[in-house]
Each structure stands twice: as C-alpha cells, then as structure tokens.
Write a protein that binds this ligand. Structure first.
Ligand code: NI
Length: 258
C-alpha cells in the first residue's frame, strides 16, 4: 500500500522531540508522500528547507487566515520565491476562518484573495481552509472559475458546495473528522462524490481519528481515515489507497515519479 497524506504540519512544535525518527519511519508504514502545509510567513523558509532535506515531501507556501494580519505585499514575493524550489508546489494553506476570527474578516478576505490571484497567475494549486465561512469562501472562489486547481482541505461544508468546488476544479479532502461518531453528514458526502476527486489527509498533529482521539496525530494514523472511507465507498483500503494516491498528484499538479 502507498498513501499520500495531502495535509500535514510536521514542522509543528509537537514534533520537535521526535520529528526525525517519525519521518524516517513513514515509508515502512506505507506513507509514500506527505504535503507539508505552511501556515505563516515564518514557516515559508522552514518549509522549503524541510522539503529540500526530505525527498518524499512536497510543500506549500502561504499565509493561513489566522495569520492574515501579518500579510503584506512583500509576503507575495516571498511565496513566489519559495515556489521556485523543487517540490514546493502549492499555495496554502489559505482561506477564511470565521470560527476563531483571529484576524479581522476583511483582512482575511484580502489576504485570501491576493494569494488566490497569485496562484492563478503562477498556475499553481491552492490548499484551502474554510471554517464556518462557506458563503464568503465560495463567492471568492467563483471569481477564479477556470483558473483554479487544488484542494478543499478538511472539508466541512455541504454536498452541494462540494459538488460546486469540484466543478471549479478542486479536490475534496477528508481527514480524521470522517471517523468521528457524529460525522453523518460527511459520511453521506464522502460516499456520493466522484471517487476521482477525493483525497485523504491527517492535518497532523491535529484531528486525530477515532479510536486514537486525544493523542497526537501523525501521518501513520491516516489508515483509520482510509479504512472509514473504504467502508463508506464499499471497497477495500488497498484499492482505494491506490486511487487516492493518483488523485493526490493530479490535485497538486505534480507529475508522478513512477
Ligand atoms: Ni492545516
């Protein structure tokens, strides 16, 4: 089995004590590739250095809505420069977060729009974080119709929105929340969407799947999400993982290496 974890934060301080050991163990656990998702300006250079050092990693550069108030026009130059490095393929994670509102909403929208425009200009994929901001998020994405590619990360909206995102050129990623007992809505969405537009992710160290909730998440724990999705789709994890693996390369516009 080979798995692509399409969203991880291995540079999070929760991995400081054992990051090297964990990274070295991933390939034996069937984790063939991981997308390291950047969240703030300080993370851009760290992500580039990490991805250059670990050959099976891919990386993104971008500013999360939580950090939108630190975003400046120079940040765009920083992202642009980061994407010239090998295996730095996407702009993310970017979007809107009206749950925490750590940055004012108009500042979040300006930051998101500037990065969507850069992605369209550079023809790069985006990694989108949309938490309790579905209306504004979709309004903004619709303006980029025909110029969008990438991933709706940790998808939490409706089936109708998922279908529209796919129509706009995006893939739908499910994480550990798919295994939660109350995720009935997500189960229905995940079972009905076209298989060739689905992805799985961990968002580690967060969003640990059942039955390990309460412990730190890491890419090896993606198996619980894979097994849940396989059950929902009426297939086996092995077959499903192969499809999702190919989907992941298409979502990020990466040429497959084998
Ligand atoms: Ni994330």
């Amino acid at each position: 089995m080979r798995i692509f974890d399409t969203h991880a934060h291995l540079l999070d301080e929760q991995f400081d004590a054992d990051r090297e050991v964990l990274v070295a163990s991933l390939s034996d656990a069937g984790i063939a590739h991981v997308m390291e998702a950047c969240c703030d300006e300080a993370g851009i250079d760290r992500t580039v250095a990490f991805v250059q050092r670990v050959p099976f990693l891919y990386g993104s550069a971008g500013v999360h809505p939580h950090s939108a108030d630190e975003f400046t026009p120079e940040t765009l130059d920083h992202i642009r420069a980061a994407l010239t490095h090998e295996r730095m393929v996407a702009i993310g994670e970017i979007g809107l977060d009206y749950h925490y509102d750590f940055s004012p909403r108009d500042v979040q929208r300006d930051c998101f729009d500037a990065q969507l425009a850069l992605a369209a200009e550079l023809k790069r994929s985006v990694i989108i974080h949309d938490r309790e901001a579905h209306g504004d998020c979709m309004d903004m994405l619709r303006r980029y119709r025909g110029r969008l590619s990438g991933v709706m990360h940790c998808f939490s909206a409706s089936y109708e929105i998922a279908k529209e995102c796919i129509d706009l050129g995006l893939f739908i990623a499910f994480g550990g929340a798919l295994t939660f007992k109350n995720a009935v809505n997500q189960w229905e969405i995940a079972s009905k969407l076209p298989l060739d537009r689905l992805l799985i992710e961990t968002d580690c160290p967060y969003m640990t799947p059942v039955p390990l909730r309460g412990t730190r998440n890491d890419p090896t724990k993606i198996r619980y999400t894979l097994e849940k999705l396989a059950a929902l789709r009426g297939t086996d994890p092995e077959t499903l993982s192969e499809t999702l693996y190919h989907n992941s390369f298409r979502a990020f516009g990466i040429e497959e290496d084998q």
